[in-house]
Ligand binder design. Structure first.
Ligand code: BES
Ligand code: MN
Ligand code: ZN
Length: 507
């Protein structure tokens, strides 16, 4: 998808479709006069449709109109809500919903008008608006139904050209920002595509191969650690989960930059993602209901693999690490049993009280290993608990972190990209509940406060600034929404990329 930012008036732009955001409140000068001129050329259709409530600004209400005297034969009026509520998340979602509304239509050139009110009367800069809109369109084109379904023709169109129409804006600056946004959106598609694939298709080994291909194509170095090396190195938690399956575990380690390299803020950031290619629960087997969703338990891994690729494309010299422990959690004659005691890479002994609390085991060793590789700051992403969805649902990610300034830096990177987090406290009182009589601690405890306890467990494996994002709720959707199809949402990818870029000078 080529991107072209122009400062022309919307009616003079040639494209297959011109999308125009409609606010519930009057956009004010100069946008109301621009909208007035568009409507004059539409023979008053917008005013007519507004009168019966069809084009009145309600978020994600999208109406396709004939273009009449415009450079585009079709106009897509898209509700964008009130200007006061228009933030980074709204910009991303409105853009993605524009692209998704065109599903099944032969559109290759899409123009989107960016009214000045969206950057002068909101908290957004024009650059960030352009970035988020381009990202939304790039991501909005993704449809997992194309993965395995034959003859599926309802996918959103793959565009040749996206034209951002921003009268009065600094075209060169918006162009760069929009290109950055599109690259981030394309990266999220890599994550979503891997995560949506079925567990019989993506084993730990296949995930490692996919990471290897991406590493080669993008100039990243990669190390894939199999069971023999992992055992020899002492990764007892990683192996405790990985040993139960015929599909051998793989610890995928991606790297950009040489040993000892640091970013402009003196950091070496490591992104660590949970890669359980299928989570049956192991011997502590899950109920059958919704077990098929556990193919999504690799989403964190897919996200960090995609994020380091995206960061590399945008900042080729930025030092960065990504670690994806990939395992299949299965019951069988080689599986870890409840009550088994294993030793972590950091030397701590762990009683596996519940083999279904497997994510924290593989992440524990991966976090330790990330620090050994020189990481100064860590962020892990994991579909770690069902509890996080019960608490926060599918629209906001629960997260932990320490120390507070690092947590705040991660949340700020997310806010800039329209991704939301809610901080869950690491309540020390509950550490006692994780104690084991036989080992240093156990991997699960009494159900009360289990979400907090999942964070406390991971904290045992970090000694540096660290944030844990639990995407058990937000990682995938069970139903389509206007801005995304069912399946992997790509959530946290943009935050991670933004956070990494914050460590490059500029961006
Ligand atoms: N992968 C699951 C968490 C999950 C469940 C994510 C449903 C998304 C939807 C994780 O490995 C798990 O099984 N967690 C247990 C932890 C418990 C055994 C302490 C859970 O949440 O029930
Ligand atoms: Mn589990
Ligand atoms: Zn799991």
């Amino acid at each position: 998808m080529q991107i072209r930012v122009v400062s022309d008036q919307p009616w003079s732009v040639s494209a297959d479709v011109l999308a125009i955001p409609i606010l519930t409140d009057d956009p004010g000068a100069p946008d109301s006069s621009t909208l007035g001129e568009i409507d004059r050329r539409l023979e008053g259709a917008i005013a007519d449709y507004r009168r019966i409530g069809e084009v009145a600004g309600a978020p994600f209400r999208r109406v396709l109109l004939r273009g009449r005297e415009l450079g585009a034969p079709w106009v897509l009026a898209v509700g964008a809500g009130a200007v006061a509520g228009f933030d980074a998340l709204a910009a991303y979602r409105v853009a993605a919903s524009i692209e998704r509304r065109l599903a099944g239509h032969p559109v290759t050139r899409l123009a989107i008008w960016l009214p000045a009110s969206l950057w002068t009367r909101t908290g957004l800069s024009a650059d960030d608006l352009a970035m988020l809109v381009a990202r939304g369109v790039a991501e909005g084109a993704y449809d997992p139904a194309t993965l395995y379904r034959s003859g599926y023709d309802e996918a959103p169109p793959e565009l040749d050209e996206l034209v951002l129409v921003a009268p009065g804006a600094d075209v060169a600056s918006l162009q760069a920002a929009a290109e950055r946004g599109a690259t981030i959106g394309e990266g999220a598609r890599i994550a979503r595509d891997l995560a949506n694939r079925a567990s019989n298709d993506v084993s730990p080994d296949v995930l490692a191969d996919a990471a290897t291909d991406l590493a080669r194509a993008n100039g990243l170095s990669i190390d894939v650690i199999g069971p023999d090396r992992a055992t020899e190195m002492g990764m007892g938690l990683f192996m405790a989960v990985g040993r139960g399956s015929d599909n051998p575990p793989r610890l995928i380690v991606l790297r950009n930059g040489t040993d000892g390299a640091r970013d402009a803020q003196g950091r070496l950031l490591a992104l660590v993602g949970k890669g359980v290619t299928f989570d049956s629960g192991g011997i502590s087997i899950k109920p059958a209901d919704r077990m098929e969703e556990m193919k999504m338990d690799k989403t964190g891994a897919c996200t960090v693999i995609a994020a380091i690729v995206t960061a590399k494309r945008l900042a080729p010299d930025l030092p960065l690490l990504a670690l994806a422990p990939a395992v299949e959690n299965m019951p069988g004659p080689h599986s870890t049993r409840p009550g088994d005691i294993v030793r972590a890479l950091n030397g701590k002994s762990v009683e596996v009280q519940n083999t279904d609390a497997e994510g924290r085991l593989i992440l524990g060793d991966a976090l330790t290993y990330a620090e050994r590789l020189g990481a100064t700051h860590l962020v892990d992403v994991a579909t770690l608990t069902g509890a996080v969805e019960r608490a926060f649902g599918k629209q906001i990610t629960g997260a932990f972190g320490t120390p507070q300034p690092w947590f705040d830096a991660v949340v700020a990177a997310g806010a800039r990209q329209g991704e939301r987090y809610w901080q869950i406290p690491l309540v020390d009182d509950y550490v006692r509940d994780m104690e084991s009589w036989y080992a240093d601690f156990q991997n699960s405890g009494p159900a009360d406060g289990s979400l907090v306890k999942s964070g406390l467990f991971l904290r045992e494996f970090v000694t540096r600034p660290w944030v844990h994002m639990d995407i058990g709720g937000t990682g995938y959707l069970r139903r389509a929404v206007p801005w995304a199809p069912r399946g992997a949402s790509g959530v946290t990818h943009a935050t991670l990329v933004q956070l990494a870029l914050d460590g490059a000078s500029g961006a």
